[in-house]
Design a protein around this ligand. Structure first.
Ligand code: NAI
Ligand code: MG
Length: 360
């Protein structure tokens, strides 16, 4: 049966990096006979320019019909001055996330040994780093009601948010994390603040309950402040980490930066059935858009995640990841990961090199 992939190039460097990722997807599609059909639509600023809306109806319909979505990035200074927040580029992304219920955010932080010098930490602390942060994306304090700024007695203003998760929300993100750990090194660290926040007492209880269904996965718990410290002190102790929306936002950015190269990191956002949207962790990089120098590897690695998590094509995913490692071994570097003695290549030359490695 054929599978549908929707491609959303977006803004800034989006179209440049997605072009290379698409070539890689087309290559493994024919190599592994995956029967994937590709469709392309507008989202973000590009969609605002063409239709007045960041998420046109055709795009949303195509997103619903697709088995997986590949996104470049959205946004840029051109649209920053739109006063109406409902027609900002970001609304395109958030609209797809909420319409499709993409609650499971997978953010790997992998440091390729070839790039160990790029990290802000000592090479021995980070070389070989390969961790996966699973972040709940559609609940928690970012969405809890009530919220707002109000006036209390004496005209003093107070801001307030609500940190709430029900047990079903905890269980479904827990399952995503346990499954991911099962497919990796079988260790899962659940991050909470159960010494202070009741909502995370429940979080800890549900994770402990779920662990009985996954006897092959070793579950541990850590308070978020300690987790932040441990990520910087000895990040290789972790395999998979699972946490709520806000803690995950912060920890996943910190973990990403351990690798020192934003142009290398992919991400996935999954629904309950395994359908997902895949995108690089970085944004639309308007400062370098149109110059042909952006690093396409994060987007190419997002294609690998898509094949593994949504399209049941793990072998093709492995092959893409091996091809990326190989081009790094060949000392090919885009500007963002360039260092002395390496060979600088453009966006499309990097794409060519990955394709050559795939077909070698
Ligand atoms: P950014 O990630 O776009 O750029 C940060 C820095 O990293 C820039 O110097 C950029 O040139 C560099 N960079 C990023 N990706 C790169 C790549 N593939 N190769 C080489 N260098 C790369 O973040 P920034 O500057 O904060 O945001 C720019 C725009 O992107 C904003 O409009 C923002 O809203 C949007 N954005 C969109 C996201 C998305 O679509 N998911 C996520 C983050 C930001
Ligand atoms: Mg963030």
């Amino acid at each position: 049966m054929s599978k549908k992939v929707l491609i959303l190039p977006g803004d800034g460097i989006g179209p440049e990096i997605v072009r290379e990722a698409r070539r890689v997807l087309e290559s493994v599609n024919s190599q592994f006979d995956l029967g994937i059909e590709l469709e392309e639509q507008l989202v973000g600023g590009a969609a605002i320019d063409a239709t007045g809306k960041p998420l046109p109806d055709e795009t949303l319909a195509a997103a619903r019909a697709a088995d997986a979505i590949l996104l470049g990035a959205v946004g840029g200074p051109k649209w920053d001055s739109i006063p109406d927040f409902s027609i900002r580029p970001e609304k395109g992304l958030l609209g797809i996330r909420s319409a499709l219920g993409l609650f499971g955010n997978l953010r790997p932080a992998i440091l390729y040994p070839q790039l160990a010098h790029a990290s802000s930490l000592k090479p021995e602390v980070v070389s070989g780093l390969d961790i996966l942060i699973v972040r709940e994306l559609t609940g928690g304090i970012y969405f809890g009601q009530p919220r707002g700024v109000r006036e209390k007695e004496g005209g003093i203003r107070e801001g307030f948010n609500t940190y709430v998760y029900d047990e079903n929300e905890i269980r479904r993100i827990g399952r995503v994390a346990f499954e991911a750990a099962r497919a990796r090194n079988k260790r899962l660290c659940s991050v909470d603040k159960a010494n202070v926040l009741e909502v995370t007492v429940l979080w800890r209880e549900i994770m402990t309950e779920l662990a009985k269904e996954y006897p092959d996965v070793e579950l541990s718990h850590m308070y978020v402040d300690n987790a932040a410290m441990q990520l910087v002190r000895a990040p290789k102790q972790f395999d998979v980490m699972v946490t709520g929306n806000m803690f995950g936002d912060i920890l996943s950015d910190a973990a990403a930066m351990l690798t020192g190269s934003i142009g290398m990191l992919p991400s996935a956002s999954l629904d309950e059935s395994g359908k997902g949207m895949y995108e690089p962790c970085h944004g639309s990089a308007p400062d370098i858009a149109g110059q042909g120098i952006a690093n396409p590897l994060a987007t190419i690695l997002s294609v690998a995640m898509m094949l593994r998590y949504s399209l049941d094509a793990g072998e093709a995913a492995d092959k893409i990841e091996a091809a990326v490692s190989r081009v790094l071994d060949q000392n090919l570097r885009t500007a963002d990961i360039m260092s002395v003695g390496m060979n600088r290549v453009s966006t499309s030359e990097m794409g060519d090199a990955v394709l050559a490695a795939l077909n070698a």
